[in-house]
Design a protein around this ligand. Structure first.
Ligand code: TNX
Length: 529
């Protein structure tokens, strides 16, 4: 079974052509800035599972002439299709493999296609057993580039905490799907999960518990640095979110001076939203503004990427006037760090957003109430939009007909028109959601997983996979043709995209997920092996 998820722009597998064989003579020949690092990341995985040496050698150096068993890694101008950032080509056959891009990031994406074309055993942690037919790659010619620049996975580590090792595994798996952003929802009512040196109680009193009292946790700065570095090796940017001014009970619990009445509320272990708020009153302005400057300043220091997410959603306990005042102060403190800010679409209520502020849309595929206007407000103010429509892209929505019984026996929520099928997650078109948003206004697409009902790693994997692959394909793969869009099937049947083809490629991906030990949901309709 051959196929790549997300679907490339073009992929040809010439019938009858001899495959490439990776063996104990294979070398990784590199040329161009950054190629060696990408080859080393690939080698670190492939050495474990194959047991081969796979030396990284500079192409053209002494003895560095490509042989038929070699994989060539090229970074050079003019290699990416149409010069699109992160674009690449992959050629394989009995003469060798050649991966090429204009950028190291594009070359890394090429390695993730190669990873999927190799036997699934490539994912194993040791070389104890080898694939029966050897380490073959079908003869292939792939030209590829992403549709959207921002392709994200959001992990809520506030409602339930997930340790560093779990986050690193998650990063490796989203990289396999060519996602390039990990958005960490680091703070919420139930917990504050990132150390801030200037406000240490945030991760003492503020991190002691989680939903249901399932235990606390937080990332030290060293933990966070490991996450950022591991992600960077996979060309994944970490976007930290501190959710403000609502969703702040953990901070209000840790610091009485942030509360209007000066009294710290109890820690919160429930699943309600919209009851907490920073205090807008002048009496608390000094503490609140110092908090904002310190927290966002330290967060920016820990963040090599360009974005800081400041939340802004569901501030139902904040009056409209206070919300606008606090958003002005939050975004001023955020912009002072030099980062570009991202906020949930409610923040579009402000007409004083810093230049370039990105709105993250979380309403439904068909916008309700004022969600569309709030979202276009970001574009009107010179920013762009990330789309995370909750009824198709929220990975915490239940799947239908849980295998173990009726809905309700497995983790997940229903509020966003759930349950959500794999085909619904696959059957939407980013330009067809918020009227007035053009392709160029859309920075990208993100699939959040909220963890009120998800307390363990197997449950997390069950909810995330395989639907995240559907969202990854919407984010990466070419837009359906105008004809396909015009005659699209209902979104429940996959919309304008070819569901059967997706299912077949997903089954191939499933063999890799199995080898990785991912406890994914074996959704009906997919020919899983
Ligand atoms: C809505 S939509 C939330 C989160 C919840 C999630 C549960 C949005 C930006 N916020 O606070 O965790 O629903 O599905």
């Amino acid at each position: 079974m051959t196929g790549i998820v997300p679907a490339p722009i073009s992929a040809e597998y010439p019938e009858g052509a001899a495959p490439f064989r990776l063996d104990d003579t294979t070398r990784l020949l590199v040329s161009g800035d950054g190629a060696a690092g990408v080859a080393e990341t690939f080698a670190a995985m492939a050495r474990r599972s194959t047991g081969f040496e796979l030396p990284v050698v500079v192409d053209g150096s002494e003895g560095g002439e490509p042989a038929a068993s070699d994989v060539v890694f090229v970074v050079a101008d003019g290699e990416a299709p149409d010069g699109v950032a992160e674009g690449y080509t992959l050629e394989s056959g009995d003469g060798g493999v050649r991966l090429a891009s204009d950028t190291p990031a594009g070359l890394f994406r090429a390695t993730q296609s190669l990873r999927q074309l190799l036997p699934a055993e490539i994912e194993r942690a040791d070389a104890a057993t080898q694939p029966a037919g050897g380490w073959t790659v079908p003869a292939a010619s792939v030209a590829d580039a992403p549709r959207f620049a921002y392709r994200g996975s959001m992990l809520d580590v506030a409602r339930h905490f997930f340790p560093v090792e779990d986050v690193l595994e998650h990063i490796d798996r989203i990289a396999l799907l060519k996602l390039n952003v990990l958005h960490l929802h680091l703070t919420d009512d139930q917990g504050w999960r990132i150390r801030v040196d200037s406000w240490p109680e945030l991760t003492v009193a503020g991190a002691a518990t989680s939903v249901g009292g399932d235990g606390g946790g937080f990332y030290t700065k060293e933990d966070y640095r490991r996450i950022v570095e591991y992600a960077a090796e996979r060309f994944v940017t970490v976007v930290p979110e501190v959710d403000l001014p609502g969703h702040t009970n953990a901070a209000l619990h840790a610091y009485p001076e942030l509360n209007c009445d000066g009294v710290a509320p109890s820690a919160y272990e429930g699943v309600e939203v919209g009851f907490s708020s920073l205090c807008a009153a002048p009496a608390r302005a000094e503490a609140t503004d110092r908090f904002l400057a310190d927290v966002l300043g330290e967060l920016a220091e820990m963040t090599p990427g360009p974005w800081l997410h400041v939340g802004g959603d569901e501030s139902l306990a904040t009056s409209e006037a206070d919300y606008l005042d606090l958003v002005r102060r939050i975004t001023a403190a955020g912009a002072a760090t030099g980062k570009t800010l991202i906020g949930w679409h409610e923040m579009g209520a402000s007409r004083e957003l810093p230049a370039g502020t990105v709105g993250q849309y979380w309403d439904f595929v068909t916008p309700r109430e004022d969600a569309a206007q709030l979202t276009t407000s970001f574009v009107e103010q010179g920013g762009s939009v990330i789309l995370s429509p909750a009824d198709v892209a929220y990975l915490d929505m239940k799947y239908p007909d849980d295998p173990d019984g009726p809905i309700g026996t497995k983790p997940g929520q229903l509020w966003a028109d759930g349950p959500t099928t794999l085909e619904e997650a696959y059957g939407w078109e980013p330009t067809a959601i918020v009227p007035g948003l053009a392709e160029g206004d859309i920075l990208g697409v993100e699939a959040p997983v909220w963890t009120e009902t998800i307390a363990t790693t197997p449950d997390l994997e069950f909810m995330v996979f395989p639907r995240i692959a559907a969202v990854a394909e919407i984010a990466w793969s070419p837009a359906p043709s105008a004809e396909a869009l015009a005659s699209a099937r209902p979104s429940a049947e996959g919309g304008a995209r070819d569901v059967d083809d997706f299912h077949a490629r997903l089954a191939a991906l499933g063999t890799h997920l199995d080898e990785l030990g991912v406890a994914f949901r074996r959704v009906g309709g997919v020919p899983w092996v």
